[in-house]
Write a protein that binds this ligand. Structure first.
Ligand SMILES: [Zn+2]
Ligand SMILES: [Zn+2]
Length: 454
């Protein structure tokens, strides 16, 4: 295609998105009004499916308990590159809310609320579908485009997810991890999503960064109860063991290299049951995060050693259970170069915010980018920090409409450029296979007991 053809196609697609702007915003608010936690997004999935079906797309549901996908194009086209395999571009949106009962829009029963802007991601997902399908662009792309509504990005509600693991319904807490395990990601050549910017009310975009990976941890200290006043000498204080363990973790912090971005942030989830009884069981949760899989592994080993020391000191027991967390995110240069060009075109030269090259938070989009070239830009239009009670949309067009245009135009640029497609195929070949990925995440599943209770 000539540059003029590409420009004409992008204009047509953006017009198609604008023509649906009211529907997209109404959909985003509808999702916001009924927030659901991960692997429970039944109604939210139905809302996405109904818009996909309004475009006559073939929809597959229950990808991983919830979730839906619809694929268009690709089958008839003569691919724009030399490979025999069809080129597949995935567009992702996350279905789940998080828990913050203090947020004014929180569900009064569950505390669930879209305070991470995932409803905007879904608006972006359906908006991109409206643009490419109703803008009549699919046949010009010589590729399949798959629209995917993904379950369970927030790593929370863990008792429920552990019950799903125990019943064999899932293996992983993250929805994208489950999609990978189930083979949905195998033939993707690229993956695009967007995320609400934290405290970013302006029309700006932060596009190029990496994020931390992590391992999730459940810790149980066991002691022996006794009367806290009359006979503490007969007890073994599990809370003291936990505090010593946590302080031992704190003593490690100076040993973490700055460039590894290690974050360890334990909480006590049960600290004792009655103030006049020596605590016999104290539970904690934590993540151990770092920039690379290797650094997560090294920090995790040290943290577990430190946690064991608390049990040893008081003569108690400790059980440590590690669950795979999320993998570090890498941003693909080929896709992000096209994305940044479209940010400049649509929002102006100054709209690209440099941001930080590495963010110490985590997302299971990181897991996707272990296998497939992908991007995860943060887009503006939102006030308040993500997850906080004051997080809200302040610019509906920027939050809900512009991201769809950015993604649709980026797909047009990349898919009509044979060189970009070759670069993406080469980039994917350098990444992990599904089996290699599964080996790496499963390595983080472990449980150990340190026993000193007599
Ligand atoms: Zn979040
Ligand atoms: Zn989020």
């Amino acid at each position: 295609m000539t540059d003029a053809d590409v420009a004409e196609l992008k204009a047509r697609v953006c017009d198609a998105i604008d023509a649906r702007a009211d529907d997209i915003i109404e959909f985003a608010k509808d999702v916001q009004s009924e927030p659901e936690l991960g692997y429970k997004e039944v109604e939210t999935t139905k809302k996405v499916v109904s818009l996909f079906e309004s475009l006559d797309l073939d929809v597959e549901t229950e990808l991983a308990i919830t979730g839906a996908r619809a694929r268009v194009g690709g089958e008839n086209g003569d691919d724009g590159d030399d490979s025999d395999d069809e080129f597949v571009a995935a567009v992702l949106g996350e279905l789940d809310a998080l828990v913050n009962p203090d947020h004014p829009l929180a569900d009064p029963e569950t505390g669930a609320v879209h305070a991470c802007g995932h409803n905007a991601q879904l608006a972006h997902l359906v908006g991109t579908a409206f643009g490419l399908v109703e803008g009549d662009a699919i046949d010009s792309l010589d590729a399949a485009v798959e629209f995917v509504a993904v379950p369970a990005e927030e790593y929370l509600d863990l008792d429920y997810r552990r019950s799903l693991v125990e019943s064999g319904d899932i293996e992983f807490f993250g929805g994208k991890q489950e999609l990978i395990r189930r083979g949905y990601v195998d033939d993707w050549n690229m993956a695009v999503m967007m995320h609400a910017g934290s405290d970013e009310p302006e029309r700006v975009v932060t596009s190029n960064f990496s994020t931390n990976g992590f391992v999730g941890k459940f810790v149980t200290y066991l002691g022996r109860e006794s009367h806290a006043g009359a006979a503490p000498e007969e007890g073994v204080n599990a809370l003291n063991a936990a505090m010593l363990g946590m302080n031992a973790v704190n003593a490690l912090r100076e040993t973490f290299a700055d460039e590894d971005y290690v974050r360890v942030h334990p909480i006590i989830t049960r600290g004792g049951d009655g103030v006049n009884v020596v605590p016999a069981e104290v539970t904690m949760e934590s993540y151990v995060r770092a920039k690379s899989i290797e650094a997560v592994g090294e920090a995790n080993e040290a943290v577990n050693r430190a946690l064991r020391s608390g049990a040893m000191a008081v003569g108690g027991d400790v059980e440590i259970e590690d669950f795979p967390g999320y993998m570090p995110l890498s941003t693909d240069q080929t896709i992000i170069d096209a994305y940044d060009d479209n940010v400049r075109d649509l929002l102006g030269e100054t709209a690209l915010s440099p941001g930080q090259p590495h963010l110490a938070g985590s997302t299971d989009m990181g897991d996707i980018t272990q296998l497939v070239p992908g991007i995860h830009p943060w887009t503006g239009g939102f006030e308040g920090a993500v997850h906080a009670r004051d997080f809200r949309v302040v610019d509906e067009e920027m939050a809900y409409i512009v991201p769809a245009k950015l993604t649709a135009c980026t797909l047009i640029d990349v898919l009509t450029d044979p060189e970009a497609r070759e670069q993406l195929r080469a980039a994917k070949a350098e990444k992990r296979t599904r089996e290699e990925y599964l080996d790496a995440v499963r390595d983080f599943r472990a449980s150990e007991t340190e026993s000193h209770l007599t």
